[in-house]
Design a protein around this ligand. Structure first.
Ligand SMILES: Cc1cc2nc3c(=O)[nH]c(=O)nc-3n(C[C@H](O)[C@H](O)[C@H](O)COP(=O)(O)O)c2cc1C
Length: 193
């Protein structure tokens, strides 16, 4: 199974505690292609054909990103708007993503207990992820249970130290890689049957 990770972070090398740890774990894995959108497209001018061809070659597409204003970072939204076109992802002849899997892997600043009615983020993360879930369904993709980690923001004098964030990010990477391996295994079984 070919895995494509679409990494969306505005400054992965100098401005990330969590996603950098996850990225470092992912690039140790075999058979995973990572596309770092900000590095590839610092001016957000997406190479649509290159991105579509990377999607065509992949079975599992992973969106790896921090939560920004309850959504994906803007470069990933730009990527979606530019790449998931009529005739490719949906509409007449738009069956190129059919049967592929989409896995959302997101780091979240707020604590888990804030993502509920009455909490300061009011709604569960499953609500904020609905646009991505429906995007997958609209394109005929399988939406895999997202991998989410809360309390991932580092604030000096805050509750979590950089070491805490690093440990949480390592756990996140472990869960992500386990999920990828399970998906690989289930595909092999399907093929075997
Ligand atoms: C522009 C911006 C918007 C953010 N919006 C949210 C948000 O809506 N909810 C939340 O819980 N955290 C939010 N955060 C916190 C990030 O999700 C958190 O810092 C990130 O997941 C940590 O990953 P990193 O160390 O790789 O940057 C935001 C951070 C930034 C910079």
């Amino acid at each position: 199974m070919k895995i494509l990770v679409i990494l969306a972070h505005p400054d992965i090398n100098n401005g990330s505690n969590a996603n950098k740890v996850i990225l470092d774990a992912l690039i140790q894995q075999q058979d995973i292609k990572v596309k770092d959108l900000h590095t590839l497209y610092p001016d957000s001018k997406i190479d649509v054909l290159a991105e579509q061809s990377a999607l065509l070659e992949s079975d599992l597409i992973v969106f790896q990103h921090p939560l920004h204003w309850y959504s994906v970072p803007s470069v990933l939204k730009e990527w979606m708007d530019s790449v998931l076109l009529y005739g490719f992802a949906y509409g007449e002849g738009g069956n190129k993503l059919l049967g592929k899997k989409l896995l959302i892997s997101t780091t979240i600043g707020g604590p888990e207990e804030s993502y509920r009615p009455g909490g300061h983020n009011s709604f569960p993360m499953s609500d904020f992820l609905k646009p991505l879930q429906q995007t997958a369904l609209f394109c005929g993709m399988d939406f895999i249970n997202p991998i989410l980690s809360y309390g991932m923001v580092y604030i000096p004098q805050g509750n979590a130290s950089k070491n805490d964030i690093q440990r949480r990010a390592e756990c996140h990477a472990k869960r992500l890689i386990e999920t990828m391996n399970e998906l690989k295994g289930s595909q092999d079984l399907e093929r075997f049957a």
